[in-house]
Design a protein. Structure first.
Length: 365
């Protein structure tokens, strides 16, 4: 197995379009690293440069501590699983999985052994004689993964492999891929635009936007300690609520939006004291907003009047869409009593869980 390292890697198309800008990532041996970000952020281009399918404009890529900038894809000892499965329609499942080994002139017995082992891991033994057209989307995805497994590569690369599957199957397959990583104990790099996939699968996550890496961290650290407003808003579903306002000093510190004035807990005073009379962004996650009838005792509650506009029942919880007149908020609660659309609700903010961001840099204060 092997680690992967990117040093100051950039990709520029047509001498002006910067797809990836000075990326530095160190992926450890046996780690499951997820690259996540909105469409066009450079995550798939980064993966393709690791695979050797895209040339590097600048920087160095190491696999197993060896520079591979000039190494052809077939010699990098990696296996890639694509979004569209890329199966040969005229070949059986067995033949698709064995194809790469045949090209490398592996002995017939070794090919048979590896395909059977991979089929057993993925529970697709009954499908080995079928053609791809006779398989469901989930079965085709398993075959594509099996074709990668038989190679026994140093690094597995996944390029949005679940995006063509329905919601239920996506949940099942992301669990299967995580179990596969634990079983194979190999390095995996996984690209997705779905932050839920990233949060549930990765040991660490690389959050990208506009070709830049904004943060590399564990899922929980990203959620609770985002480095900037973009990461805070991108990670989490529903996403973090934001509003802009001014820090005021009046027997303590307050965040003043105009219609809403929130007292700031002492734990934030040292960092926010330098922002008095300056504009900042206030952020709070939906689970840290409640209606006054639902909230339990909070050490530093802060209230604002709002109107309940939409209720989304999610089974064991409810998403409330509320309007304060100047801002819209999403609250995430577990109670269902008195959720009448069009009724006023006093919002209660858990200020112990609040986030504040510099209005100019958008970095977390």
């Amino acid at each position: 197995m092997a680690g992967v390292k990117l040093e100051h890697v950039s990709k520029i198309f047509d001498k002006e379009v910067v797809a990836v800008n000075d990326v530095n990532i160190n992926i450890e041996d046996k780690e499951f690293m997820v690259l996540v970000g909105p469409s066009g952020c450079g995550k798939s281009t980064t993966l393709r440069m690791i695979a050797g399918l895209e040339d590097i404009s600048d920087g160095k890529i190491y696999i197993d501590e060896k520079i591979v900038n000039q190494v052809p894809p077939k010699d990098r000892d990696i296996a890639m699983v694509f979004q569209n499965y890329a199966l040969y329609p005229h070949m059986s499942v067995f033949q698709n999985m064995a194809f790469g080994l045949k090209l490398r002139k592996y002995p017939k017995k070794e090919i048979e052994k590896r395909v059977q082992e991979a089929a057993e891991i993925l529970e697709i033994q009954p499908l080995l004689n079928r053609k791809p057209k006779a398989l469901s989307g989930g079965q085709r995805q398993r075959v594509a993964v099996g074709r990668a497994i038989v190679r026994k590569p140093k690094v597995f690369l996944f390029d949005e492999p679940l995006s063509n599957l329905d919601a239920k199957l996506r949940v099942q397959m992301r669990t299967e891929i995580s179990k596969l990583h634990n079983r194979l104990e190999t390095t995996m790099i996984y690209v997705t635009h779905d932050q839920m996939e990233a949060m549930t699968m990765g040991n660490r996550i690389v959050v990208m936007k506009d070709g830049f890496v904004h943060q590399v961290d564990s899922p929980l650290n990203l959620y609770h300690g985002p480095v900037n407003k973009f990461v805070a808003g991108f990670i989490g579903s529903p996403s973090m609520n934001f509003m802009s306002g001014v820090i005021q000093k009046d027997n303590g510190l307050f965040f003043d939006e105009g219609n809403i004035r929130l007292q700031i807990p002492e734990q934030y005073h040292q960092k926010l004291s330098q922002y008095v009379d300056q504009k900042v962004y206030f952020g709070i996650r939906p689970e840290n907003i409640s209606g006054s009838k639902f909230v339990q005792h909070l050490q530093n509650p802060a209230k604002a009047k709002s109107m309940l506009e939409v209720v989304e029942p999610m089974g064991n919880e409810f998403f409330l869409y509320l309007n304060t007149g100047s801002h819209q908020f999403v609250a995430r609660i577990n109670e269902e009593e008195d959720l009448t659309v069009g009724k006023p609700i006093d919002l209660v903010f858990n200020m112990e869980k609040a986030h504040f961001f510099d209005a100019t840099t958008e970095d977390r204060i």
